[in-house]
Design a protein around this ligand. Sequence first.
Ligand code: PHB
Length: 400
Amino acid sequence: MSKIKRTDHRRRRFIQGAVAGAAITAFAPSRFAIGGTAKVKVGILLPYSGTYAFLGEKITAAMKFAIAQAGGKLGGRDIEFVQLDSEAKPPKATENTNKLITGENVDFLVGPVHSGVAMAMAKIAREENVITIVPNAGANQLTGPLCAPNIFRTSFSNWQPSFPSGKVVYDDGHRNVVTMAWNYGAGKQALGGFSQGFEDAGGKIVKQILTPFPKVEFQAYLTEIAALKPDAVFVFYAGGGAIKFVKDYAASGLKDKIPLYSSGFLTEGTLKAQGAAAEGIKTTLHYSETLDNPANRIFRPAFEKATGKSADVFAVQGYDTGLLLLQAMNAVKGDTGAQKEIITAMENAVIDSPRGKWTFSAAHNPIQDFYLRQVVDGQNKVLGIAHKALSDLAKGCRMG
Ligand code: PHB
C-alpha cells in the first residue's frame, strides 16, 4: 500500500467515526464526543516470552498506565491495543510487523525491545510511513542511517548509556579492561560506546568477549577473565540474562577481585533476584529508582499500586511513550490522518519524565542526563551525573 493511501485510510477512519459520532451526539456535539467514536489502533510488538519478557511487560503496563491516568483516550478517541509477542526473535520480526501494519492497519506502532527486531521493524515502518515509537531497542542505526520523520525513540541509542561509563571506569583508576556482551547489535554497540569513552580517556581494552544471545552459560568466559586478570570488567546483559550473569560473576569468586561495571540494564528490574551478588556494581543509565524529582516521586508508587509491578527504567520508557502519544494526539484532537502535525507535535514534545525532563534531538532520540549509580542495599543509588544532556551521535542520519 502506498504512503498516501495509508494516510488517507487513517483520515477516513477518523472522519467516519466523526460523522457517526456527530449523528449520535446531534444535540450537543463536542470535539471530544465526535472524535470519540472511532478507535485509535495502537499496535504493540514487544517480548512477552524469553529473556526479555519482563521488559516487554513493564513497557506495556506503563504505557497503558500513562494513558489510563489521563482518562484512557488519545485525542478524545477510545483506543484498541493490538499486542504481539516479538519473542525477541529477529527472524520473526518482518512477519509480525506486517501483521500489525498491513493486517491490522494500526495507526501507531510501538516496539520493540531487541535491536535486531528493531532493524527489521524500522525498515517496514519507514516504507509504510506508520508513526512508530521505539520504547527500548537501542540500535544506533534507528537514529542514524535509518532515521526517518515517522520514527521516534523514547529510550536511548546503544551508544548512549555505555559511553559515559568509559570515563567513570578510567577515573576509578582502571587501565586494562575486559568487555563482554551478548553477540548481537545491542551488545556490540554497547561495548563500542564504552570502549570509545574508555580509550578516549586513555584506557586499554584487553579483550572483547562476545557470547551467544540469549544463552546464559557464562562459566567458560569467567574462567578466561580470571586468567586475563584485568583491572575491571565492563558488560552488557539485560533481563533474565542479567540476573544469571551477576550471580555467576559472584559465585565464580571474581566479584571481590575484579570490579564489575555495566550500562545500567544489568541491575534494572533484577536486583531482588540478584540479591547480594549485585552489591557494589557501578553502572550508568538515564534513570534510577532513587531519583528525587517530583515526577519520579509521583510515578513510582502510583504505577506500583495500579499494576502490582515494580517501576524500573523499562517502565519509565513505556510511561514516556504513553505521554508522547497523549501529547501528540491531543495536539491534533484525535485526527490520525494529520500525520505531519502529529510528527511536529512529537518533535516539539517536552516529556516530564520520572527520569527528568527530556526533549528529542533532530534525529528523534532523547537528549537526556546519564546518572552514575551504584548498588547499595538492593537499590541503584545515584552517585552523581555521569554525563549531562547527552545527545546520540546520530551518525548518518538524514531526515528525508
Ligand atoms: C536492545 O536489544 O537494543 C536492548 C535490549 C535490552 C536492553 C537494552 C537494549 O536492556
